[in-house]
Design a protein around this ligand. Structure first.
Ligand code: 1GP
Length: 240
């Protein structure tokens, strides 16, 4: 579990991590070279690959192209087992613990076992919490779960603690891709105070300032998807 150890090490040393999320359904194979060039110029420490709905079957091709050119760990962030690629380095083995849909609490995980059993992918158990980000996002639609209200801070904190006690090695606070409101600093702070495992934060983060605020309040790793998708120059002139 090399990659997980590295994330924990970074957390211990207060070195903040940044993942660029590439959603295979939103990129064209023809633009991968350009995206790779932009990722190289960014402060990204990790690449996440995945999405709620992926229909174009380019996962393997995409991961191989990223792997060939980038010296960054590639971690799968799959919406379902069809998004597993043996060419990646690790997989977030997600438990959608904010929801009450057994399909995303255990069924999909069981279905992925035949694909993962003999795989070399590092499996990182991740407690995944969907928090209301001001609009219905794909995760909510696809998982058929209700996000936790962003004002129900106790419920969020208790869910994160339960996720940790159940053995998850990471907690991921998710506002949903393209969320109107990112996870608030107060939520990040209060969850972080209770955790001794690394905290990931993503969904609706659009500016450097928001990235910085998330770090200051306790995010160990921030995930950026839409902002980079919409503007691959997002990290140009980055001071990080
Ligand atoms: C979504 O947390 C990620 O699963 C990233 O969200 O696309 O809004 O950056 P954005």
């Amino acid at each position: 579990n090399l990659l997980y150890k590295q994330i924990c090490e970074a957390q211990k040393n207060n070195k903040k991590l940044l993942a660029i999320l590439i959603d295979p359904d939103k990129v064209q194979v023809s633009e991968i070279t350009f995206l790779i060039q932009k990722i190289k110029q960014s402060p990204a420490t990790h690449i996440f690959v995945g999405g709620s709905i992926v229909t174009n079957f380019i996962i393997d091709e995409l991961v191989l192209a990223l792997k060939a050119e980038l010296n960054l760990p590639i971690i799968l962030f799959p919406g379902d087992p069809s998004q597993i690629s043996e060419h990646a380095d690790a997989i977030l083995f997600l438990n959608l613990i904010s929801g009450r849909n057994p399909d995303y609490l255990i069924d999909i995980q069981v279905k992925s076992v035949p694909l993962l059993k003999n795989s070399k992918l590092e499996i990182i158990p991740t407690g995944y919490l969907l928090i209301d980000g001001g609009k219905e996002t794909a995760v909510q639609r696809v998982s058929k779960t209700t996000p936790i209200s962003n004002t129900a801070v106790d419920q969020i904190v208790n869910t994160a603690i339960a996720g940790m006690w159940m053995g998850n090695q990471l907690i991921y606070l998710e506002a949903g891709s393209g969320a109107l409101q990112a996870i608030s600093p107060q939520i990040i702070k209060q969850v972080k105070q209770e955790l001794h495992i690394p905290l990931l934060v993503g969904g609706g983060i659009k500016t450097y300032k928001q990235i910085e605020t998330a770090y200051q309040n306790g995010a160990d790793l921030v995930v950026i998807g839409t902002a980079f998708e919409n503007n691959p120059h997002f990290f140009d002139n980055s001071l990080c």
